[in-house]
Every structure is written in structure tokens, then in C-alpha cells.
Design a protein around this ligand. Structure first.
Ligand code: MTE
Length: 314
């Protein structure tokens, strides 16, 4: 018998997307408001922190991967290159208070408390496919807010052609930074029009809870049409620039990791194919699924790359 992949079953195959999303909205509303209100205070504390956060308009009707798989198989080289070790090692990271420095080509630059940023950016849930360059895939219900909406609050100037993100540098806690696996601190970047695309998202939570440290708390980027390494964790700096940022992975291996990093089944990584992907948490008997161009988000993002040779600008 062919066992169907867990995360590849679109709920829309079973029910319509509108019904799926409405149902999810109702479940979330019930979890957050009516149930919580009826419970005694002790039990109320157990209701998930972000259960009442509404489902956003760009959320997909997709079946999320198991939380345990997403939280215990992570890439966080500041702590370890081992995907299971960061769960434990990242516990030592203090994520509150947290501030973000905003620099470069914008009218409103300075150092901002994350709490103040959150006051201006209402949370929503986005269920997104997520595809790692190492050819594994998952579906995550992120909690956060659109990147572009936040960036506009800093009033970028007309010179802002790119936006660069930087992770915390603290080798005492981030013990992987004592090694030279990457050039620290971790830096990532987007072209400004990519950053303003409504799909680009900043996450503070997942599965209705605060983001676990190993998944990038307190604030990480999520760019669902690009390989996972673009989705930088523990962001402390955002810089608007005129020139393309030099990113950590492209410095490490320019022929392997380009600036664009769009999910593209036709452009193989020099050491492996990108045409198929393994579903995180699925059994070894589960057949791999075909990788989709732009990870399935082509309708929303393909126009950003019109006229570009994506085999060269990978
Ligand atoms: N951000 C930082 N600061 N350090 C990292 O090592 N790894 C990247 C990305 N963000 C990484 C990072 C890679 S390679 C991937 S695939 C995703 O995080 C993985 O996200 P997850 O661990 O939450 O699944």
C-alpha cells in the first residue's frame, strides 16, 4: 500500500480551503477566548499563549508537521552543527529583554525594544511550507507579522535597495561561534522588493506558543519561497543598504549558496539534486515528494524575478 505523506495532504483535498481556514479560525477563537475565559486561573495559564491569534490572509490550507519534529531537528550553527543538539544548547540564550538596531538608508534609525515593535505590529498566524537546502521539507504554523509592514515603519529612503539582517554575536552563550564553520555573526539579506512581498514574515512564535530558542527566538525571518538558510534567527540588527549584502553562507561557499536562494527544482546544489524533498518526520518508507518551484509560492513571487536567469542568479 502506498502510504500518503503526512505533510503533503492538502486539507483542501479533503475540504475546501475556505472551509479549512474558517474551521481553523473557529478552533483558534474557541481556544483563545471562550475556553480560556471559562477556566479557573491555574488552568488558564496552560492555554497556549498565542491560541487567540487570528489566521492571516496568506496562510495556506496545509497540515502542519508535528511540533516535536520541527522543534527537535533544527539548523542553528551558533550552537551546533548537529540538528538535535541546539534544542538543549540554545536554552541558555536570554531572549528578553531584546532590542533591534535599525541602521542605514532609512529615516527612522536607532535601537528599538522588540516589545515596542510588537505594539505596532499585530500578530497573525501563517501556515507555510518550509524547505531546507538540505532537501527536507516541513509545514509550520508560524505566529508573527509581515516583514514589509514593519520595515515601512522605519521609512526606508529611495537608496534602500536591499535589507540586511544580523544575528546576535555572543560566543559565551552561542558556543558554536567559537568555531569557524561560518563567518560570524550570521548575516542574511533580501532585495527590498522581496522583503516587501506580503509573504515575507517575521516570527515570534509557532504552534500557538512562543518560538522555542532553537527555532530562532525571540525574532526570526521566514521567507517561504526560499531555502531555509535565508530565514535568519535571533535577529539583532536590520540594515537598509544600497548594495547587495554579503551573506554568511555565500561567503562560506559562493558556488553553493547564492544570494537569491529561491527554491528551484531545476537548479541542483553542486553536491546534490534539489528535484525532490524528504518530509520531516515521515517514515523512511514514505516516498520523497517533488520539489515545487518557489516552494509552491510562484503565483505570489515569480514576478519578482522576471527576466532573471535563475540558474545563474541562484
Ligand atoms: N539562523 C542562524 N542565525 N543560524 C543558523 O545556523 N540556519 C538556517 C536558518 N536560520 C541558521 C539560521 C538554516 S540552514 C535553516 S534550514 C533554518 O534556519 C532552519 O530553521 P529551523 O531550525 O527552525 O527549522
Amino acid at each position: 500500500m502506498l502510504i500518503k505523506e503526512r505533510t503533503s495532504i492538502l486539507s483542501s483535498e479533503i475540504t475546501s480551503e475556505a472551509i479549512f481556514l474558517n474551521r481553523r479560525k473557529l478552533i483558534k477563537a474557541a481556544a483563545g477566548i471562550s475556553v480560556a475565559a471559562l477556566l479557573p486561573a491555574s488552568a488558564r495559564a496552560q492555554v497556549k499563549k498565542y491560541a487567540q491569534v487570528p489566521v492571516g490572509p496568506y496562510s495556506g490550507a496545509l497540515q502542519p508537521t508535528d511540533y516535536e519534529d520541527v522543534a527537535n531537528y533544527t539548523n542553528y550553527y551558533e550552537f551546533s552543527t548537529d540538528k538535535k543538539s541546539s534544542t538543549v544548547l540554545a536554552k541558555n540564550l536570554q531572549t528578553s529583554p531584546w532590542s533591534i538596531a535599525v541602521e542605514g538608508e532609512a529615516e527612522k534609525i536607532g535601537v528599538f525594544n522588540l516589545e515596542d515593535i510588537l505594539k505596532n505590529n499585530p500578530l497573525e498566524e501563517r501556515i507555510y511550507r518550509f524547505r531546507c537546502v538540505e532537501a527536507w521539507a516541513m509545514v509550520v504554523p508560524w505566529i508573527g507579522f509581515p516583514l514589509g509592514t514593519m520595515l515601512k515603519q522605519f521609512k526606508p529612503t529611495s537608496k534602500a535597495k536591499f535589507v540586511e539582517f544580523t544575528t546576535l554575536y555572543d560566543p559565551k552563550v552561542m558556543i558554536g561561534q567559537k568555531t569557524n564553520v561560518l563567518a560570524w555573526p550570521y548575516v542574511e539579506g533580501l532585495r527590498i522588493d522581496e522583503a516587501m512581498n506580503p509573504l515575507a514574515f517575521l516570527a515570534t512564535g509557532m504552534y500557538d506558543e512562543t518560538l522555542p530558542n532553537q527555532n530562532g527566538a525571540p525574532l526570526r525571518l521566514v521567507v517561504p519561497w526560499k531555502y531555509g538558510f535565508k530565514s535568519i534567527k535571533a535577529i539583532v540588527k536590520i540594515r537598509f543598504t544600497e548594495t547587495m549584502p554579503a551573506t554568511a553562507w555565500s561567503k562560506m561557499g559562493p558556488s553553493e549558496y547564492g544570494f537569491y536562494a529561491n527554491v528551484n527544482p531545476e537548479v541542483a546544489h553542486p553536491r546534490w539534486s534539489q528535484s525532490r524533498e524528504r518530509i520531516l518526520g515521515a517514515s523512511i518508507f514514505t516516498p520523497k515528494r517533488k520539489t515545487e518551484m518557489f516552494n509552491g509560492y510562484g503565483e505570489q513571487v515569480a514576478s519578482l524575478y522576471k527576466g532573471m536567469n535563475l540558474a545563474k542568479q541562484y
